[in-house]
Design a protein around this ligand. Structure first.
Ligand SMILES: *[C@@H]1O[C@H](CO)[C@@H](O)[C@H](O)[C@H]1NC(C)=O
Ligand SMILES: *[C@@H]1O[C@H](CO)[C@@H](O)[C@H](O)[C@H]1NC(C)=O
Length: 513
């Protein structure tokens, strides 16, 4: 009933229908497909709008029900998935105590600024990595002051890390145990890098502030150094772009993320405990004794890339190089997870292949986008060249080249024409003032990827991003001519399966709330 009525309203916007008609006529093969699609959608009663309350778009929706910052696998109903850990949204209602503002809206605006500037740094990191970025700094375990005197190191870095110039603050976090007996640490998990590392005692030069105690390998019975002469050590270079060093025959790693964040330390092996029964032994990791950056208050990073050193490759025997996640929304009652192995995966997964020629990131092919059930007019040529998309757990806002973003944004704007536009904000150019609204109707947005019916519906909270209370709520996509990155905001509540052995990515809807 409801969707029928919505469709009628949509049809009454005759100028839009006419414009779409013109576009469809001009683009023949796609146009034909588009009309076909729409007919099918009508038949299937495809949802054309999300009807949501405006307050549900705000990040600090309901902090009252927060009692657990990172949900454990037992509290989020994942008992059938044994190799699972809970995921928290770093900026979720339960992780943020609004700061720097006298009210929620101001705190939200500060946070939005931080999220978006960090996100730009993330995109820069991806671009640098793709362009085979070589660190021109010599990362060292020792003090940089001494370096200068010795004249050994030509470059020095500028201290301290600036606000909004670090990787990963806006990312998702898991909690795992490290060492024997296990000590709990929270790590940002990252499909866009390979090395897993955590800050370690002794902090030879510096460690940044983290929430939990810094891991002390001298108190763990399962810790072992990796020697410089091992293949593991020589493999580091291709995982980090930094030539490993050697300290009394122990391999020394260094990794740098785009701007001024880095970690340097001993390359070692440890036991990582996901849950009581899921214990991973001898996992290579960086024991960081010199670390800098704004990694939130997390202890480090978990690398989920495809490199032989990543935790995915290192646990291949146990989990068959399969992992999956469901990213929760920022709401207080939201629960997500990161899971290893293929047991318990949903039956309704749709798979698209990822490119195996690209080994730094997971790259998939967009084949169509629909907005409000209507296919955005994109030519096959545009999709072939600009539709190659990196799916990334660490980028927040989906980036699209102008050739794809502009027609998508235009379609969205037309369907949102009844709402008052607000000023653009940072990289977000389409914003609305919903001050006078209590509920709104947002056109649905779906992405199609190559393969059989690989349709990914973006949830309402992944379409709009409140940057300044309800008076400035923006389309959560950005134009970027150098990048097509499918970001984590648009992946919320989906089960996303990375089948690295099968070179495919699977999607299923409504896997978590
Ligand atoms: C690991 O290597 C470092 C540096 O060579 C050394 O100080 C430390 O004692 C070693 N730890 C173990 C457990 O071998
Ligand atoms: C809200 O409604 C008032 C009264 O009708 C109007 O003056 C104001 O411009 C409206 N604001 C927005 C953002 O639509």
């Amino acid at each position: 009933m409801a969707s029928r009525q919505e469709h009628t309203n949509f049809r009454s916007n005759s100028s839009l229908v006419f414009t779409l008609f013109l576009v469809l006529c001009l683009l023949k093969p796609q146009g034909h497909f588009a009309l076909h699609e729409n007919l099918n959608h009508q038949k299937q009663k495809q949802q054309l709008y999300h009807t949501v309350s405006v307050s549900s778009l705000l990040p600090f929706d309901d902090q009252s029900s927060c009692n657990n910052i990172i949900p454990s696998s037992t509290t989020n109903g994942l008992s059938e998935r044994k190799a699972s850990v809970g995921i928290a949204h770093r900026y979720g209602a339960c992780n943020v105590s609004p700061q720097g503002g006298s009210n929620k809206a101001e705190a939200g605006a500060n946070l939005a600024f931080e999220i978006l500037s960090n996100d730009q740094a993330r995109v820069k990191y991806i671009k640098d990595r793709l362009q085979n970025f070589k660190s021109n700094e010599d990362l060292s375990l020792t003090s940089r002051k001494r370096d200068k005197k010795n004249g050994v190191y030509k470059k020095t870095t500028n201290l301290p890390a600036q606000r909004g110039t670090a990787l990963g603050v806006a990312n998702y976090v898991v909690e795992v145990g490290i060492g024997t007996p296990p000590k709990q640490i929270s790590l940002i998990f990252d499909t866009g890098s390979d090395l897993t590392w955590t800050q370690c005692e002794p902090c030879v030069t510096s460690c940044y502030k983290q929430k939990q105690p810094i891991f002390d390998p001298s108190k763990s019975s399962s810790y072992s150094n990796i020697s410089c002469s091992t293949p593991l050590c020589s493999n580091l270079k291709s995982a980090t772009s930094v030539t490993p060093g050697c300290s009394s025959s122990t391999c020394v790693y260094g990794i740098q993320y785009g701007d001024q964040s880095f970690s340097v330390g001993l390359f070692a092996k440890e036991t990582i405990t996901l849950s009581g029964t899921e214990v991973l032994q001898n996992i290579p990791f960086g024991c960081g004794q010199n670390n800098r950056g704004l990694f939130g208050s997390t202890a480090g990073l978990m690398g989920l890339g495809r490199h032989p050193l990543s935790i995915v490759s290192q646990t291949a025997q146990k989990y068959g190089k399969v992992f999956s996640y469901c990213l929760p929304t920022a709401k207080a009652n939201s629960r997500g997870y990161l899971s290893f192995g293929s047991s318990g995966l949903p039956a309704n997964l749709r798979y698209t292949t990822f490119s195996t020629s690209e080994d730094l990131f997971y790259k998939i092919s967009m084949t169509a986008i629909t907005v409000g059930g209507y296919q955005v007019p994109l030519s096959a040529t545009v999709l072939k060249t600009d539709g190659q998309s990196i799916i990334d757990s660490g980028t927040v806002i989906t980036r699209l080249p102008a050739s794809i973003y502009n027609p998508m944004r235009d379609a969205f704007k037309k369907l949102m024409a009844s709402y008052k536009l607000a000023q653009s904000y940072s990289i977000l150019d389409t914003c609305y003032d919903f001050s006078n609204q209590t509920t709104i109707k947002i056109p649905t947005i779906s992405f199609y990827f190559s393969g059989s019916n690989v349709k990914v519906d973006v949830v309402a909270n992944g379409i709009l991003f409140a940057v300044n209370g309800i008076s400035q709520v923006c389309l959560a996509f950005a134009e970027d001519d150098n990048n097509n990155i499918f970001g984590n905001m648009q992946q919320q509540t989906l089960e996303v399966v990375y089948d690295v052995a099968g070179a495919k990515i699977g999607f299923a809807p409504n896997a978590c709330v």
